[in-house]
Design a protein around this ligand. Structure first.
Ligand SMILES: C[S@@+](CC[C@H](N)C(=O)[O-])C[C@H]1O[C@@H](n2cnc3c(N)ncnc32)[C@H](O)[C@@H]1O
Length: 267
């Protein structure tokens, strides 16, 4: 099963996950959270622990736990969190079958996991089981059809469509749009799902456009060989990639990305 995971488990990918968490720290990971000292927080699909590290640092005094199906990720998470002095309860396991008792956590956090899953509902039901009554769940996932650029290019659109086709093999590239109804189906209360839009353009401070494009290239480029395996046109995929690479140098270059943040609580 783990070999089907689109991003794989190489050292380069693990490093990319660290950069990804740093990139989203203030933009997405922490806003909207109200974690208090003493709260127990579980991240399901915690990978190498970089988002857990941010939560533990930004909300001092919380107790963090994490689970991932891949032992290599958990081993790396253990090392990383120990290096930044974050005590953590880490487990290798399946999101659909959590190794914690009922009502154990005050909060569950899930980020970039459900896009890799064909059946997300069992994971949300399991998250609900380990939450105490009134405990919160936060889900952060994107919609890969929302990653658009200016100027447009048919080759970039071909690449973006190919990315969605690839994600559809093992998960759901549109899952961000589905989060609200999934939480309702799972029986959570107070369900909200909000699109959070990011638009970066030429001339913004801190090379925001270049930073965002480089972030996207970081996950897109390594997936090209898998897209080629789907019988797609390699030349067009590479032309699409080249178009994206050139966006930060275009005088009117811009990119938009929508990410969905859903929150709810256990009844
Ligand atoms: C993109 S990474 C998550 C990144 C992490 N949430 C973060 O913010 O850095 C997705 C992770 O989900 C894990 N995963 C995928 N399906 C899973 C499942 N059914 N149960 C547990 N972990 C799973 C993968 O092994 C991978 O490490």
């Amino acid at each position: 099963m783990t070999s089907n995971y689109i991003h794989g488990y190489s050292a380069a990918e693990q490093q990319r996950l660290l950069q990804q968490s740093q990139y989203w720290q203030d933009r997405l990971i922490c806003p909207g959270l109200d974690y208090q000292p003493g709260d127990r927080v579980l991240e399901i699909g915690c990978a190498v622990g970089t988002t857990l590290g941010i939560l533990a640092t930004q909300f001092p005094g919380i107790e963090v736990a994490g689970l991932d199906r891949e032992s290599n990720q958990i081993q790396q998470a253990r090392q990383y969190l120990s290096s930044i002095n974050v005590p953590v309860d880490l487990q290798v396991g399946e999101a659909e079958n959590l190794p914690w008792p009922n009502d154990h956590f005050n909060h569950v956090y899930i980020m970039w996991l459900l896009e890799h899953v064909v059946e997300p509902l069992p994971i949300l039901l399991e998250a609900q089981r380990v939450l105490e009554t009134g405990g919160t769940i936060t889900l952060i996932e994107t919609d890969y059809t929302s990653h658009v650029v200016y100027p447009q290019s048919e080759d970039y659109d071909y690449l973006a469509h190919a990315q969605c086709q690839l994600f559809s093999q093992t998960g759901n590239p549109l899952v961000g749009r589905q989060l609200g109804s999934l939480l309702v189906q799972a029986g959570f209360a107070g369900v909200q799902n909000q699109p959070v839009g990011f638009h970066v353009f030429q001339g913004m401070p801190d090379q925001a456009l270049r930073q965002h494009v480089e972030y996207c290239l970081g996950f897109l480029e390594p997936m090209i060989p898998q897209m080629v395996q789907l019988d797609l046109d390699e030349q067009r995929l590479l032309e699409g990639l080249a178009h994206l690479q050139a966006i930060p140098d275009h005088p009117e270059g811009a990119m938009t990305t929508i990410v969905y943040r859903a929150q709810a609580r256990k009844k």
